[in-house]
Design a binder for this molecule. Structure first.
Ligand code: TPP
Ligand code: MG
Length: 581
């Protein structure tokens, strides 16, 4: 369990300090308050409480890496996860891969074998540089005590500067125990910087190009803004809202950008991309997007899902692209290059725009607002049969409608991959610019839901947290129920128990006319699993039970799992399924 801050049992043995102290001094300097770990590197964790650093003890490394990722997303602080060498290290790969694709800064401190035993087939020795090559932004080994602070600082700088991402610091186990020689001196002057928040720097795009962009937007007849996850990473939601309002420009987000805008704002279209199929939130505003003449992209990779396989956005439009990573600009849509931090660049762009005559934009506004409002009504009407359905098994859209009624702007919504992500981004409305919806859209892997919720709860002890997962994805991480219980966390976990790998089976049915038999599960009582771990577990079979259960769960002081028996034939609004009549 978590030790209180104060001297550890190891205090006296290492009264004059050891390698672990040097690591912890540097981590504390960067504002680290928690490390997601499983006790290894041992001395690091044993001494950490002396530095006011708590351990959040995961059950599996893959979940631990996802917890760290979510913690970083919510706090805008670089998160730290630790692991043992060998098999434990290999399990960090999925979590770091998601963080790499989603541009989230995580420092993984990974143990290596004893320096004297390197390359001798020591126990659990593995080429960890090669292991992490495809999923980390930066990998280094720190071998010398005198360089510990240098390398920790380099790791934080690599994670939090430029395009954020996960980094790996490989640390031989004996380094933590090494006691500095009395006369040892550091290579350079003592390090004093705190590098634990991101973005570490806020470079602004070229002023001349910003002026050009302002001119294009002011003169545009049908401009649109596309906001991605970079708005959250840059803490740029307020700057985006100001631009939206000042220049009367309608805004869509990607799934990763969900929450970047207030979706009740009259100029907010909602989430665009592959989720614009039948009953999709932004489906009826497709013409507004596809008919745009100037499109401002902000913090988005314009990936396959965000662009509906690159079919949504018009080839003839003029594109302006703000991104911290110049390599993303022009990858899929040639654009006026605004390489820089989203917040810094949006602020200057809005200033520049206010110098223009925005009369034409103001004049266009009522018609745009009317079109968006009509699209919203059409969506509500189209979805009403499922959002108000009294059928059992339960329609997921009905669950979402019940949840949406209870959603507040301070809440954090977490969803696993597969349909859970699609239901949440489509049927829950963002209440304010900067509201957070955590989905693993970097790689869309299954099993991120519960660990994301644990990471988010670690970051925000008080906020309402609602977590939605499919039964297939949840099976990857059942064990973390014990983690949440042990840590005494409050969470509401909704398991969509449709007894099938839904997305997999439905897509196979569509593409191949059938699905293989592994997609259908034997019945599982998830509520019983929760209870076996000391959590609350309730089974929900009828729509009328949902509302009262959500209210009770929200007021509970523990982990409440709602095992919700849902319709295995419920298809979410992805455009792929528009082919089904
Ligand atoms: C780790 C991982 N394995 C496999 C997949 C492929 N996959 C995508 S969706 C899906 C089905 C998910 O089923 P479930 O979690 O029950 O959600 P449902 O679609 O039924 O709501 C699978 C297997 C993936 N995205 N990630
Ligand atoms: Mg399922």
């Amino acid at each position: 369990m978590n030790r209180p801050p104060g001297p550890s049992r190891y205090h006296h043995r290492y009264a004059n300090g050891c390698g672990a102290h040097l690591f912890l001094e540097a981590l504390r300097r960067h504002g680290v308050e928690v490390m997601f770990g499983q006790s290894i590197p041992s001395l690091l964790h044993l001494i950490a409480p002396e530095f006011g650093i708590r351990q959040i003890g995961y059950r599996t490394e893959n979940a631990g890496a996802a917890m760290a990722d979510a913690y970083a997303r919510i706090t805008n602080k670089v998160a730290v996860v630790t692991a043992q060498n060998g098999p434990a290290a290999t399990l960090l790969v999925p979590g770091l891969a998601e963080a790499l694709k989603a541009s989230i800064p995580v420092v993984a401190i990974v143990q290596e074998v004893h320096r004297a035993q390197r390359d001798r087939n020591a126990f659990q020795e593995l080429d960890q540089v090669a292991l992490f090559a495809g999923c980390a932004k930066w990998i280094r080994r720190v071998d010398e005590l005198a360089r510990v602070a240098d390398y920790v600082d380099m790791a934080f700088t690599a994670a939090a500067s430029g395009r954020p991402g996960p980094v790996v610091l490989l640390c031989p186990m004996d380094l933590f125990e090494e006691v500095p020689a009395a006369a040892a001196s550091a290579v350079g002057p003592a390090r004093l910087s705190s590098l634990g928040a991101f973005p570490l720097d806020r470079p602004c795009a070229d002023p001349q190009k910003i002026r050009e962009a302002a001119g294009l937007l002011a003169a545009a007849r049908r401009p649109v803004i596309v906001a991605g996850g970079g708005i959250h990473a840059s803490d740029a939601a307020a700057a985006l809202a100001k631009l939206q309002e000042t220049a009367s420009i309608p805004v869509v987000t990607t799934s990763m950008g969900k929450g970047a805008i207030d979706e009740s704002h009259p100029l907010s279209i909602g989430v665009a991309g592959y989720v614009m199929g039948r009953r999709g939130m932004a489906r009826h505003s497709r013409d507004l997007i596809a008919g745009a003449d100037v499109i401002l992209l902000a913090g988005t990779r314009m990936n396959q899902n965000g662009t509906d396989s690159w079919k949504l956005y018009p080839a003839a439009a003029t594109y302006i692209h703000i991104d911290i990573d110049g390599q993303e600009i022009g990858r899929n849509y040639e654009a006026l290059r605004l390489a820089g931090d989203a917040r810094a660049t949006l602020e200057v762009l809005t200033e520049e725009l206010s110098r223009h005559n925005l009369g034409a934009r103001r004049a266009a506004r009522p018609a745009i607002e009317a079109a968006i409002a009509a699209g919203r009504r059409a969506h509500a009407d189209e979805a009403a049969p499922v959002t108000t359905s009294d059928a059992a098994p339960i329609r997921p859209e009905r669950l979402m409608a019940e949840l949406d009624r209870r959603l507040t702007g301070d809440a954090i919504v977490v969803a696993d991959a597969s349909y859970a992500s699609v239901w949440t981004v489509n049927y829950l409305r963002s209440r304010r610019p900067g509201m957070r919806f955590l989905t693993p859209r970097g790689l869309a892997g299954l099993g991120w839901g519960l660990p994301f919720a644990i990471g988010a709860r670690t970051a925000r002890p008080e906020a309402p947290i609602w977590c939605v997962v499919g039964d297939g994805g949840f099976a990857h991480v059942w064990s973390e129920l014990e983690t949440a219980r042990r840590l005494g966390l409050r969470l509401v976990l909704m398991v969509l128990n449709n007894q099938v790998l839904g997305y997999q089976a439905h897509a196979e049915d569509l593409l191949f006319g059938d699905h293989s038999d592994v997609c259908d599960f034997a019945a599982v009582d998830h509520a019983a699993i929760a209870r076996a771990c000391g959590c609350e577990g309730w089974r929900i079979e009828r729509p009328g039970e949902i509302g009262p259960a959500l209210d009770r769960a929200a007021n509970s002081d523990t982990v409440v799992l709602l095992d919700i028996v849902t319709d295995p034939k419920a298809y979410p609004p992805v455009t792929l399924y528009d082919a089904i009549k």
